[in-house]
Ligand binder design. Structure first.
Ligand code: NAP
Ligand code: G4F
Length: 359
C-alpha cells in the first residue's frame, strides 16, 4: 500500500485528492492547521457523520496537526510517515489577499515549499519520496505568449505569483541538484462546489442562488473583463496523481485550453437559475440588470480591483494530454457552472430550512 502525505488537505484540491487517493487504495495522511473554528467541512465525505469534528484516524486515513512554515514540524511528520508521495497543496492561495499579506504569503508559498524539499533531503528520502508542487498559471501573469505552455516565460503580477515562482524554481532546483522526483503541476484556475467563497466563480454561483431565492439583493464584483481558463477541480486532482506516476520527473501545464470572461461566468450562472442578465453602462458604471424585472443585480465595486491584474490566462494542455493521457475537457465549462450553481441552490435551500426550523 502506498502512503501519501497531503499538505492543504482541508482545501478544495486537498479534499478531492484525498478522496481520489483513498479510492486508489492509498494510505492517506493529511496536515491540518489548528484553528479556533472547525476547518474540516470539505473532508466530511471521508469523515463519517459521527466522527466529524474530532481529529480522525482510521487504518487508511490520518490527520496530523502541522504547518508548512514550521520547519521542525515538517521534518518530524515526514520522518514519521516516510511517504511515497507528497502533494504540497498548502498555500495562502488568494491573489488579492497576497497584496495585503505579501510577507506571510511568501513564508507559506515559498519557504513552506523549501521546508518540504529540505526535509525529504535531510531525512535521506530522496530516492523513496516523490514530491508534487502546486504551481500555478499565475506564474505567467502578464502573459508573454498565447496560449501558455511549459516553455512560456514567466511574468508574475502579484506577491502570490512571485512567492509561487520561488516554489516552482526551488522544486526544479532540488530535482536537478539532488536527483529528486520533485515536479511542478502548473495548474490553471480550477473550480468546484468546494471552491472558497471569495474566489470569483464561487462568489458568483452563491450569489445567483441567493438572489433567485430572495436572500441577497446584489452581487458586487471587480474586473468583469478578466479572462480565465476554468476547469473542474475534481478532474485536475487526477492529473496531479498522473504527474507523479510518470516515468520521468517533468513539469506539466494543466488547463482546458478554453478561455471565458468573468462577465460570461455571471451570465451563465444566472441563466442556470432562470435569470437573463442584460448589461448596461461601461467600466465602473457597468451594471447587470435582470431582464424580466428591470432590477439591477450586478454592480462593479473598485474595491475588488487588484493593484496589478492578470488580464488573461489560457493554457495549452497538449503535453499533459499526450504524455499523461489526461482529458482536459472531461467537464466542459457549461457543465462546471451547472454543477456549482446546483450545489449552491441546495446549500441556500438547506440554510433556509434550518433557519425556518428555529424561527
Ligand atoms: P485552498 O482551497 O485555498 O486550500 C489551501 C490549503 O492550504 C488549505 O487546506 C489551508 O488550510 C492550507 N494552508 C494554508 N496555509 C497553510 C500553512 N501555513 N500550513 C499548512 N497548510 C496551510 O486552495 P486550493 O484551491 O485547494 O489550491 C491548492 C493548491 O493549488 C494551492 O497551493 C494553490 O495555490 C494551488 N493552485 C490552485 C489553483 C486553483 O485554481 N484552485 C490553481 C493553481 C494552483 P486551512 O483550511 O486551515 O486554511
Ligand atoms: O477567482 P479569482 O480570485 O482567482 P485568481 O486570481 O485567478 O487566482 C486563482 O487561480 C490561480 C490560478 O491561475 C491560483 F493560483 C490561485 O491560487 C487562485 O486559485 O479571480 C479571478 C479573476 C481575477 O482577474 C479577478 O480580478 O476574477 C476577477 N474578479 C472580478 N471580480 C474577482 C472579482 N475576483 C475575486 N476574487 N472577487 C471578485 O469580486
Amino acid at each position: 500500500m502506498k502512503k501519501a502525505l497531503l499538505t492543504g488537505i482541508t482545501g478544495q484540491d486537498g479534499s478531492f485528492l484525498a478522496e481520489f487517493l483513498l479510492e486508489k487504495g492509498y494510505e492517506v495522511h493529511g496536515v491540518i492547521r489548528r484553528s479556533s473554528s472547525y476547518n474540516q467541512e470539505r473532508l466530511e465525505e471521508i469523515l463519517t457523520e459521527a466522527e466529524a469534528g474530532i481529529l480522525f484516524n482510521n487504518e487508511n486515513f490520518h490527520l496530523h496537526y502541522g504547518d508548512v512554515t514550521d520547519t521542525s514540524n515538517v521534518i518530524r511528520l515526514i520522518g514519521d510517515i516516510r511517504p511515497d508521495e507528497i502533494y504540497n497543496l498548502a498555500a495562502q492561495s488568494h491573489v488579492r489577499v497576497s497584496f495585503d499579506m505579501p510577507g506571510y504569503t511568501l513564508d507559506v508559498d515559498g519557504k513552506g515549499t523549501l521546508n518540504i524539499l529540505e526535509a525529504v533531503r535531510i531525512l535521506g528520502l530522496t530516492e523513496k519520496t516523490r514530491i508534487y508542487q502546486a504551481s500555478t498559471s499565475e506564474l505567467f501573469g502578464k502573459v508573454q505568449e498565447v496560449p501558455q505552455k511549459e516553455t512560456t516565460p514567466f511574468y508574475p503580477r502579484s506577491p502570490y505569483g512571485v512567492a509561487k515562482i520561488y516554489g516552482y524554481w526551488i522544486t526544479k532546483n532540488y530535482r536537478e541538484s539532488y536527483n529528486m522526483f520533485a515536479v511542478n503541476g502548473i495548474l490553471f484556475n480550477h473550480e468546484s462546489e468546494r471552491r472558497g467563497e471569495t474566489f470569483v466563480t464561487r462568489k458568483i454561483t452563491l450569489a445567483a442562488a441567493r438572489i433567485v431565492q430572495g436572500k441577497q439583493k446584489k452581487l458586487m464584483l471587480g474586473n468583469l473583463d478578466s479572462l480565465r481558463d476554468w476547469g473542474y477541480a475534481k478532474d485536475y486532482v487526477e492529473c496531479m496523481w498522473l504527474i507523479l506516476q510518470h516515468d520521468t520527473p517533468e513539469d506539466f501545464v494543466i488547463a482546458t485550453g478554453e478561455m471565458h470572461s468573468v462577465r460570461e461566468f455571471v451570465e451563465l450562472s444566472f441563466k442556470h437559475v432562470g435569470i437573463e442578465i442584460e448589461w448596461s453602462g461601461q467600466g465602473v458604471e457597468e451594471k447587470g440588470v435582470n431582464k424580466a424585472t428591470g432590477e439591477v443585480i450586478v454592480e462593479v465595486d473598485p474595491k475588488f480591483f487588484r493593484p496589478s491584474e492578470v488580464e488573461q490566462l489560457l493554457g495549452d494542455p497538449t503535453k499533459s494530454r499526450t504524455l499523461l493521457g489526461w482529458n482536459p475537457t472531461k467537464t466542459p465549462f457549461d457543465e462546471l457552472v451547472r454543477i456549482m450553481v446546483k450545489a449552491d441552490m441546495r446549500k441556500v435551500e438547506k440554510e433556509d430550512k434550518v433557519k425556518k426550523m428555529f424561527d
